[in-house]
Design a protein around this ligand. Structure first.
Ligand SMILES: NC(=O)c1ccc[n+]([C@@H]2O[C@H](COP(=O)([O-])OP(=O)(O)OC[C@H]3O[C@@H](n4cnc5c(N)ncnc54)[C@H](O)[C@@H]3O)[C@@H](O)[C@H]2O)c1
Ligand SMILES: [Zn+2]
Length: 358
């Protein structure tokens, strides 16, 4: 099993990646200094029947007494109403300052349960137990928690670092194919922005990844998570370096936000965004053609599209791009790569972006 520490000063914590780690959750929680006793497992209605009992048994064996709190699956649970339900359940379960919350599920559960833990009694311990590819390689690490507001996603939130991350890659075998593949967009992203040898490794390993071979999954999840840790460690609150994680996300977010394209999953939109960022990197960062071709082929080999759907460059998409929160003056601060494994940022004019997308 791949074990490492996320070095965040007073918020330093262990991360464990491996097949079967869920059954060691109790001992791992004790090892991370979580206090046995009252606890809550927060999970969703799809993950609960698959993994909640195993998590609860592992915790009980180590002296925890977890209440299992189940929310509806899906983004709509990142709401004030669901948050209020969690507080009610925490109160009923008698969670106090020394209790821990175990967030078992995808990024929705991680963000929601993390925020509930951040605010319950001014902050109690949370352990992130991610069960989607996206959550294992991205959202479980970094301490961003929160819920959505009708005006926009993730408007209400807090930084609250987990005390422990346990990524059991065996849980990825029950993910629907589309959800599994979209998570690979974030994996490829780490290679593109900071690890050229990882691109080569992914090219070789893609068949085993798509077969969901546990050892291969453990290797790529650990490598991805270590990269996220490296970036977050150097830039915990997103001042500078952490921005490079937005590679593919400027266009990706605009695609997700623009009306009529709600059918795209986040990772699918990011894959198309990486396609656009690759074209812009060719035009404005001297990315060699061979590097661009390899990156696009790798994304395609994961079963992800790299081009905008026909008609997607409509007014709604352009409005969404203009609204991007990282806009700088007349342009957008864009993450580009000048070679595989190396990112930089450039402020690009709006017309330059639209032209490159054509
Ligand atoms: N905090 C951060 O830094 C950060 C980063 C990126 C994304 N996010 C957030 O993450 C959320 C998206 O996360 P997600 O893609 O994991 O979505 P999700 O949590 O909605 O999970 C996707 C679907 O997969 C199901 N599922 C989860 N694990 C499963 C398993 N092992 N087997 C079968 N089904 C399973 C879930 O029930 C859900 O229906 C968004 O709300 C986004 O804002 C947060
Ligand atoms: Zn993302």
């Amino acid at each position: 099993m791949g074990d490492f520490r996320v070095e965040l000063g007073p918020n330093a914590h262990p991360a464990h990646v491996g097949a079967g780690a869920l059954d060691r959750l109790g001992e791992l929680a004790r090892g991370a200094g979580l206090k046995p006793g009252r606890a809550a497992i927060v999970t969703d209605a799809i993950v609960a029947p698959l993994y909640a009992d195993r998590a609860a048994r592992a915790l009980a064996a180590a002296g925890f007494a977890p209440a299992i709190v189940i929310v509806a699956a899906g983004e709509a649970s990142k709401s004030l109403a669901t948050l209020a339900e969690l507080y009610d359940r925490f109160a009923a379960a008698g969670l106090d300052r020394s209790s821990a919350v175990f967030a078992l599920g995808g990024g929705v559960v991680g963000d929601l349960a993390g925020f509930a833990a951040a605010t319950w009694m001014r902050g109690i311990a949370v352990a992130q137990i991610p069960t989607t590819m996206l959550a294992q390689v991205d959202s479980a690490l970094g301490g961003k928690t929160g819920i959505n507001h009708p005006a926009a996603k993730n408007l209400i939130g807090a930084f609250h670092q987990p005390r422990l991350i346990v990524a059991d890659v065996a849980t990825l075998t029950t993910l629907p194919d589309r959800a599994f593949r979209e998570g690979l967009a974030e994996v490829i992203k780490y290679g593109a922005i900071m690890d050229a040898p990882m691109i080569t490794a992914l090219e070789t390993a893609m068949p085993a990844i798509l077969r969901r071979d546990p050892a291969t999954l453990a290797a790529i999840v650990e490598r991805s998570l270590r990269h996220k840790a490296a970036v977050v460690q150097s830039d915990e609150r997103e001042g500078g370096l952490r921005k490079i994680l937005n590679f593919g996300h400027t266009v990706g977010h605009a695609l997700e936000a623009s009306a009529g394209y709600g059918g795209l999953l986040h990772g699918e939109a990011v894959a198309i965004g990486m396609g656009a960022a690759t074209a812009l990197s060719r035009a404005y960062a001297n990315l060699p053609e061979a590097d661009a071709d390899r990156l696009l082929a790798l994304i395609a080999s994961a079963g992800l599209a790299t081009r905008l759907p026909v008609g997607a460059r409509g007014a709604a998409f352009e409005r969404a791009l203009k609204l991007d929160k990282k806009r700088a003056g007349a342009g957008v601060e864009f993450v580009l790569i000048d070679r595989l494994g190396h990112a930089l940022t450039r402020t690009l004019g709006f017309d330059e972006i639209i032209a490159a997308l054509a």
